[in-house]
Design a protein around this ligand. Structure first.
Ligand SMILES: NC(=O)c1ccc[n+]([C@@H]2O[C@H](COP(=O)([O-])OP(=O)(O)OC[C@H]3O[C@@H](n4cnc5c(N)ncnc54)[C@H](O)[C@@H]3O)[C@@H](O)[C@H]2O)c1
Length: 448
């Protein structure tokens, strides 16, 4: 099938690579000329495991191409995906300016029947707005062309995006047109050969499904973070509690690890947008407001612990003269994405408190430099940043941090302090190795 995808970001590029991998002819369009030039020369703008190889292979075989010329791309395609950003507007609602601008572009250049697919995360009612924008352009051109608008929200996870796209838990298609549903089924069939995992529903329900899914996951995270915080105060161990709770098949183990708060390009903005959608419908989504507030508090917890552990409480800048080594900056492992990463809040707090901050991350140093410039020190070696530091703070659970050389850590640090925002280590083992180990919601975690 011939398809085009507007937006060559995390979602658009992964979708383009995976659709071309299954034999389709795919053109990815972006307004960012530098990004497209780079992609044409085989430079991939983001880090995502397996993506580079897949893009290069399909490019070489002529199934995947990149352009800034959307007219050519739309003319050549039956299905046009919209995978551009939907950042939060000032009031928290999803800003649809990029989505609607693409819709108008398509209306301006389309030359026959098109299926226009919203893959961006967009609030309920957006398909109607996309339809209206396309129709307006067609009316201005005084042409009558048929088109259909579909909602096909994306559920991939950064860090495992290729796998998620190639083997999805489900593909949600929102359409009221049987023929369109068939075409979408044809497109997704290669990704569900073992069993059909396509769920076809009305457009508004498909739009809502994406927000409900992210809101549910964010809720689990905030819930478990509060359980962890309470465990600390009650002398309970959240690791044991997690096992005990997760073993209930109605609950399951996923998304029950405590941490320094959720981040990334999706949960924070989608939770905000759903709260705003509810407000517009005169409905007070109390639960989600609490989820968001808990998350904001949780992002402060590692810095709070470090200040309690090392700070001079009466000073305006309690960490003056202290050096903190941070492991992990991206909002989660296996990505270089730092959008809304807890590390941003934590490091800003540490800097405000007067600390010197050094950071290591396997992939996100370039992104981090955009945020912190020369205000912190960076290293590609996770051990180099420890020399003479007052504490190690573990912020992101990259696998290389899971089983490190503790002797090396201890001899490099000035004081053997580890504040662990991901509960990667065994408290007993670290205590017997002579560390002051401060996890979340576990023995030793409480410094209050
Ligand atoms: N990143 C994720 O993990 C993820 C997962 C599921 C859903 N989503 C949703 O998918 C959408 C895209 O997210 P992303 O992370 O890929 O964003 P992104 O910022 O990485 O990429 C968006 C791309 O769209 C391009 N763009 C903007 N306007 C354009 C236009 N008029 N024509 C062509 N290209 C244009 C930008 O230059 C950019 O390259 C969002 O709605 C997001 O919520 C993201």
């Amino acid at each position: 099938m011939k398809i085009c995808i507007f937006g060559a970001g995390y979602v658009g590029l992964v979708a383009a690579a995976c659709f071309s991998e299954s034999g389709n002819s795919v053109i990815a369009i972006d307004v960012d000329h530098e990004k497209i030039d780079n992609l044409k020369s085989g430079i991939i703008p983001i880090y995502e495991p397996g993506l580079k190889e897949m893009v290069l292979r399909n490019q070489a075989e002529g199934r995947l191409s990149f352009t800034t010329d959307m007219a050519e791309a739309v003319e050549a395609s039956l299905v046009c995906f919209i995978a551009v950003g939907t950042p939060p507007g000032e009031d928290g609602s999803a800003d649809l300016k990029y989505v609607l601008s693409v819709a108008r572009d398509i209306g301006r250049v389309m030359n026959g029947f098109k299926i226009i697919v919203d893959k961006s995360t967009v609030p309920v009612g957006t398909a109607d707005k996309v339809r209206a924008a396309v129709r307006e352009e067609l009316t201005a051109r005084e042409v009558e062309l048929e088109f259909d608008v579909v909602s096909n929200p994306e559920f991939l996870k950064e860090g495992a995006a290729i796998d998620d796209f190639m083997k999805p838990d489900r593909v949600v298609i929102g359409t009221d047109n049987v023929r369109t549903a068939e075409i979408m089924k044809e497109l997704y069939d290669p990704f569900m050969r073992k069993m059909n995992r396509m769920i076809v529903m009305d457009i508004r329900s498909a739009e809502m499904t994406k927000y409900a899914a992210n809101a549910m996951l964010a809720t689990r995270i905030s819930f478990m973070n509060q359980i962890a915080n309470l465990c600390e105060r009650m002398g309970a161990d959240v690791a044991a509690v997690r096992e005990g709770v997760g073993s209930d098949t109605r609950i399951g183990y996923d998304f029950l690890f405590p941490g320094p708060g959720y981040g990334g390009s999706c949960f924070p903005k989608d939770v905000k947008a759903l709260i705003r959608t509810a407000e517009e419908a005169n409905y007070d989504f109390l639960l989600l407001k609490a989820v968001e507030e808990v998350n904001e508090q949780q992002k402060e917890i590692l810095a709070d612990k470090l200040i309690k552990l090392l700070g001079s409480p009466d000073e305006e800048q309690p960490l003056t003269g202290r050096t903190i080594a941070c492991w992990g900056l991206s909002f989660k492992p296996r990505t270089d994405d730092m959008r809304e990463a807890p590390a941003l809040t934590i490091i800003e707090r540490l800097l405000t408190a007067g600390a010197t901050v050094r950071a290591h991350d396997p992939e996100a140093l370039k992104e981090a430099r955009k945020h912190f410039g020369d205000r912190i020190e960076y290293s590609h070696n996770q051990y180099d940043i420890l020399a003479g530091a007052d504490a190690l703070a573990v912020i992101t659970d990259w696998s290389e941090y899971r089983n490190p050389d503790f002797d090396r850590i201890k001899s490099a640090l000035k004081f053997p302090n580890i504040v662990d925002g991901r509960n990667l280590y065994k408290p007993g083992r670290l205590a017997s190795a002579g560390f002051r180990y401060v996890p979340l919601g576990r023995y030793g975690g409480s410094i209050y």
